[in-house]
Ligand binder design. Structure first.
Ligand code: PYC
Length: 332
C-alpha cells in the first residue's frame, strides 16, 4: 500500500482547466512522445484517472505531465492528460502548460520568447509575450491541419439527418455548421450538446474512421464541434466542442479552431494570412491564423496558428492513496 504524491500547478486557459504535473509523473519508455503516450495508456493510466476524475478532478479536468524532450531540437516534452484520455495534441493545454512552465521556472527557453514542444502529435513551436514574471499570451504554431471529408450525413436523434465535415487539427473533429433545418449552436442547450454529441460521434465512427497518415495511433473522431454566429462583435464565429464522455470545452479549443480553419480553407473561405477569431461557449476568444499551406500524406492542408492566454490559479499537491476506494477516480 502506498500514497503517491503529485506536485501540480492548477490554472486555466480561457476558462478551461489545465493541471500541470511537475513532479510525480511516471517514467515512460519509448523513443518519441507518441510512444510515451502508448506506454502511459497501457501501463500508467490510473494516474490520469486519479488526477482528472472526481474526487480530485471533474468532468472537464485536463492537464499535462512534463518530460525531458525525446528530440534534441525541443525544450520540453508534453504528455496531455484529460478525462477523455491522452490527446495527441491539445491547444488550450499547450497555452496553459507553457504559461505555467515559464512562470514557475519548469523550463528554460534556449531562445528568449520562444519554445519548442515535443508532443505526441509532433513538434509545436511556441512564442510568448511576458513581462519577465507573468506570461500575457501564448501563440502556437500547431501541427498541420486538414479537411478530411465533407458533407458526411448522419442521423441526429430528434433533429433528423444532418451534414458535417470531418477535419484534423491535432485531433479529429466532426464539425456541424448551421444548415437548412438546423440553426446550429444557438439552437442547442448545454444538455442537448451533452446528449447528442456522444451519439453522433458513435454513429460517425461506424461510417468513417479517419487515420493520421504519419501515425496510425491517431485515429477516429474524438471531438464534436457545433458552430454558430459569433455573439461577440470581435469574433468571426462561436463554437462548442464536446469531448470525452461529458466535457464541453470552456475555451475556444485550440485543436478545434485549427480543424475549423482547415475546414474553412478547404471550402475556399480562408486563405494563407487570414485571421479567424473563435469564441467559446463562455465568451472567451482565441485568435487563429492560417500561417502556411502544408501537405500531409494525401491531404492538402494548412499550418494553423493559435493565440490565447492562461492564468495560474494555485499549487496543488495531490495524493493518490492505494487504500482509497476512489483512488482511480469515478464518474457519475
Ligand atoms: O484546446 O485543443 C484544445 C482542446 C481539446 C480538448 C479540449 N481542449
Amino acid at each position: 500500500m502506498a500514497r503517491h504524491t503529485f506536485h501540480c500547478v492548477d490554472g486555466h486557459t480561457c476558462g478551461n482547466p489545465v493541471r500541470v504535473v511537475a513532479g510525480g509523473g511516471p517514467q515512460l519508455t519509448g523513443s518519441s512522445l507518441s510512444e510515451y503516450r502508448q506506454d502511459f495508456l497501457a501501463n500508467h493510466d490510473w494516474i490520469r484517472r486519479g488526477l482528472m476524475f472526481e474526487p480530485r478532478g471533474h468532468d472537464m479536468m485536463s492537464g499535462s505531465i512534463l518530460y525531458p524532450p525525446t528530440r534534441s531540437d525541443c525544450d520540453v516534452g508534453v504528455l496531455f492528460i484529460e478525462t477523455s484520455g491522452c490527446l495527441p495534441m491539445c491547444g488550450h493545454g499547450t497555452i496553459g502548460t507553457v504559461t505555467t512552465a515559464l512562470e514557475e521556472g519548469f523550463v528554460t527557453p534556449r531562445e528568449p520568447g520562444a519554445l519548442r514542444l515535443d508532443t505526441p502529435a509532433g513538434v509545436v513551436e511556441v512564442s510568448y509575450q511576458s513581462d519577465g514574471r507573468f506570461v500575457e499570451s501564448v501563440s502556437l504554431r500547431n501541427v498541420p491541419a486538414w479537411l478530411e471529408a465533407t458533407d458526411v450525413e448522419v442521423e441526429v436523434p430528434g433533429l433528423g439527418p444532418l451534414r458535417c465535415d470531418i477535419a484534423y487539427g491535432g485531433n479529429f473533429y466532426a464539425i456541424f455548421d448551421p444548415q437548412p433545418g438546423f440553426e446550429g449552436l444557438d439552437a442547442l442547450a448545454v444538455d442537448d450538446i451533452l446528449r447528442l454529441s456522444p451519439e453522433v460521434r458513435r454513429r460517425l465512427n461506424t461510417l468513417i474512421e479517419p487515420v493520421h497518415p504519419d501515425d496510425d495511433t491517431i485515429r477516429g473522431i474524438s471531438h464534436v464541434m457545433w458552430t454558430g454566429p459569433a455573439h461577440d462583435p470581435a469574433a468571426d464565429a462561436r463554437n462548442a466542442v464536446f469531448y470525452g464522455d461529458r466535457a464541453i470545452d470552456r475555451s475556444p479549443c485550440g485543436t478545434g479552431t485549427s480543424a475549423r480553419m482547415a475546414q474553412l480553407h478547404g471550402r475556399g473561405r480562408l486563405s494563407v494570412g487570414d485571421r479567424f477569431v473563435h469564441e467559446s461557449i463562455i465568451g472567451s476568444l482565441f485568435t487563429g491564423e492560417v500561417l502556411a499551406l502544408e501537405t500531409v500524406g494525401p491531404h492538402q492542408g494548412i499550418r494553423p496558428g493559435i493565440t490565447g492566454w492562461a492564468r495560474v490559479t494555485g499549487y496543488n499537491t495531490i495524493f493518490i492513496d492505494d487504500r482509497d476506494p476512489f483512488a482511480h477516480g469515478f464518474s457519475v
